[in-house]
Ligand binder design. Structure first.
Ligand code: HEC
Ligand code: HEC
Ligand code: HEC
Length: 104
C-alpha cells in the first residue's frame, strides 16, 4: 500500500513538473548554425516573473513541439516575443549578448 502511494505521488510530481514551464522546465528553440536557445523556466521564475507576465499575451501555453508560436530573430530585435523584455531595459538586449541565449 505504502509503495503504491509513493509511486502515485512520484507520477503526479513528474507530470506536474512536465506541464509547467517554470520552475523546472526548459524549452528548446532550434536556431540553426547559431546554436539552439534554451529558455529556462527556473531562471525566469527566479527573476521574479509570473505566469501571466508571459501567458498568454506574449506566448501561448504551447511549446514549439506542440504547436507553439513561430517567431524569428528579426521579431526579437523588433521587440516582439523574447524581445518584449530582452530589449536592454527589462532584460539584456540581443546585441552583444548572442551567446547568452545561443549555445553550440
Ligand atoms: C518569461 C516568460 C514565461 C513565463 C514567466 C512563463 N512561461 Fe510558460 N512558456 C514560455 C515560453 C517562451 C513558452 C514556449 C512558447 C512557444 O513555443 O510558443 C512557454 C510554454 C509553456 C507551456 C507549454 C509547454 C509545452 O511543452 O507545450 C506551458 C504549459 C507553460 N508555458 C506554463 C507556464 C506556467 C504554469 C507558468 C508560471 C508558473 C509559466 N509558463 C511562466 C514563457 C514563459
Ligand atoms: C516577461 C519578460 C521576459 C520574457 C518575455 C523573456 N525573458 Fe528572458 N529574462 C527576463 C529577465 C527579467 C531575466 C533576468 C535578467 C537578465 O538576465 O537581464 C531573463 C534572463 C534570461 C536569460 C539568462 C538566464 C539563463 O537562462 O541563463 C536567458 C538565456 C533568457 N532570459 C532567454 C530568454 C528567451 C530565449 C526568451 C524567449 C523565448 C525570453 N528570455 C523571454 C525576462 C524575460
Ligand atoms: C534573448 C535571447 C536571444 C538573444 C540574446 C539572441 N537570440 Fe537569436 N534567437 C533566439 C531565439 C529564441 C531564436 C529562435 C526563434 C525560432 O523559434 O525560430 C533565435 C534565432 C536566431 C537565428 C535563426 C534564424 C532567425 O533569424 O530566426 C539566428 C541566425 C540568430 N538568432 C542570431 C542571433 C545573433 C547574431 C544574436 C546576437 C546579436 C542573437 N541571435 C541573440 C534568441 C536570442
Amino acid at each position: 500500500m505504502k509503495k503504491i502511494v509513493i509511486f502515485t505521488l512520484a507520477i503526479v510530481f513528474i507530470a506536474g513538473a512536465a506541464m509547467a514551464v517554470p520552475p523546472g522546465k526548459d524549452i528548446v528553440f532550434k536556431a540553426g548554425a547559431m546554436g539552439n536557445v534554451t529558455f529556462s523556466g527556473t531562471a525566469h521564475h527566479n527573476a521574479g516573473l509570473k505566469c501571466n507576465d508571459c501567458h498568454t499575451k506574449i506566448f501561448p501555453m504551447k511549446g514549439p513541439e506542440n504547436g507553439g508560436v513561430k517567431f524569428s530573430m528579426a521579431d526579437i530585435r523588433a521587440g516582439k516575443y523574447c524581445g518584449e523584455c530582452h530589449n536592454g531595459q527589462k532584460a539584456f538586449a540581443p546585441n552583444g549578448n548572442c551567446t547568452k541565449c545561443h549555445k553550440m
